[in-house]
Design a protein around this ligand. Structure first.
Ligand SMILES: Cc1cc2nc3c(=O)[nH]c(=O)nc-3n(C[C@H](O)[C@H](O)[C@H](O)COP(=O)(O)O)c2cc1C
Length: 219
C-alpha cells in the first residue's frame, strides 16, 4: 500500500483485535518514531500492552475496545507550534502504520491522561495519543464538508497537484470531524490555515501532512 492509498483507506478505528503488535511492526514503528523525533525535536513514544490508558469512563464512552497500545505524542512546551508539529508527525506515523496493516485513532479527549505510562520530561507535555493496533474493523468514511466550503479556488482552475492535495486534506482526520481549515492557492503555492476550534492546530498539522503527501508539494 502506498501513502496515497493509505490516505484513502484510513479511518478511525476504536475496536481492536486481542492481538499484540508483532515484534517486526514494533521495530518498524520505533525506527520511524526515532526518525520523527530527530527531525522534529518531539519526544514521541510507542507504548504497548498497556490497557489502563483507555480504561476510563471517557474511553468506554468513546466505545474503545482492546485498545492497549498507543503512540504518546509528547513534546517540549518550548517548541514553537507544538500542536501543529504533533499533528504533522503523528499523521506521518498514522499513514505508515496503515501501510503496515495496522489501524489507528487520534485521541485527545477520551483517554486517561494521568494513566499514561509514557515518560514526560519536566518541561514537556502530552498533547494527545494515537491508539494503534490491528483493527476489528476498518472504520468508515467520515462525512466531509464540500470542496467549495474548504477551499476558495474553483475546481476548474485548480492545477492537478493542488486538487489531489485538497482531496487528501478532505480525507484527513480532524477532532470531532470539525474540518476547520481553509486551503488557498497563492501563485504556485498552497496555503493552509486553521480556523478556531478545539485542537484545530493539531488538525492543521495533520491536514498539511496529507496535502503534501498526496500533492508532492510543500505547504
Ligand atoms: C486531534 C484529534 C483528536 C481526536 N480525539 C478523539 C477522541 O478523544 N476520541 C475519539 O473517539 N476520537 C477522537 N478523534 C477522532 C475523530 O473523531 C475522527 O478523526 C473524525 O471523526 C474523522 O473520522 P475519521 O478519522 O474516521 O476519518 C480525534 C481526532 C483528531 C484529529
Amino acid at each position: 500500500m502506498t501513502i496515497k492509498e493509505a490516505i484513502v483507506a484510513r479511518h478511525s478505528v476504536r475496536q481492536y483485535l486481542d492481538k499484540a503488535i508483532s515484534d517486526e511492526h514494533v521495530a518498524q514503528l520505533n525506527a520511524l518514531i526515532e526518525e520523527c523525533n530527530k527531525e522534529s525535536g518531539l519526544h514521541i513514544q510507542l507504548i504497548t500492552g498497556e490497557p489502563e490508558c483507555f480504561d476510563t469512563f471517557l474511553g468506554h464512552y468513546g466505545n474503545f475496545s482492546n485498545a492497549v497500545n498507543y503512540v504518546a505524542m509528547i513534546g517540549s512546551k518550548s517548541i514553537a507550534n507544538l500542536d501543529e508539529t504533533v499533528g504533522y508527525y503523528g499523521e506521518r506515523i498514522v499513514l505508515e502504520a496503515q501501510c503496515m496493516g495496522l489501524n489507528t485513532c487520534w485521541v485527545a479527549g477520551t483517554y486517561g491522561k494521568k494513566k499514561s505510562k509514557a515518560a514526560i520530561g519536566a518541561n514537556e507535555k502530552i498533547v494527545c495519543v494515537i491508539a494503534i493496533g490491528y483493527g476489528a474493523n476498518q472504520g468508515k468514511e467520515h462525512r466531509s464538508k464540500t470542496m467549495a466550503k474548504l477551499c476558495n479556488v474553483n475546481p476548474a482552475d485548480m492545477p492537478d497537484w493542488f486538487k489531489e492535495g485538497v482531496e487528501a486534506a478532505m480525507k484527513a482526520p480532524t477532532a470531532i470531524n470539525q474540518q476547520k481549515f481553509r486551503i488557498a492557492l497563492d501563485g504556485d503555492k498552497a496555503v493552509i490555515t486553521a480556523g478556531s476550534g478545539p485542537m484545530s492546530k493539531i488538525d492543521l498539522g495533520i491536514v498539511k501532512y496529507n496535502f503534501e503527501a498526496a500533492s508532492g508539494h510543500k505547504v
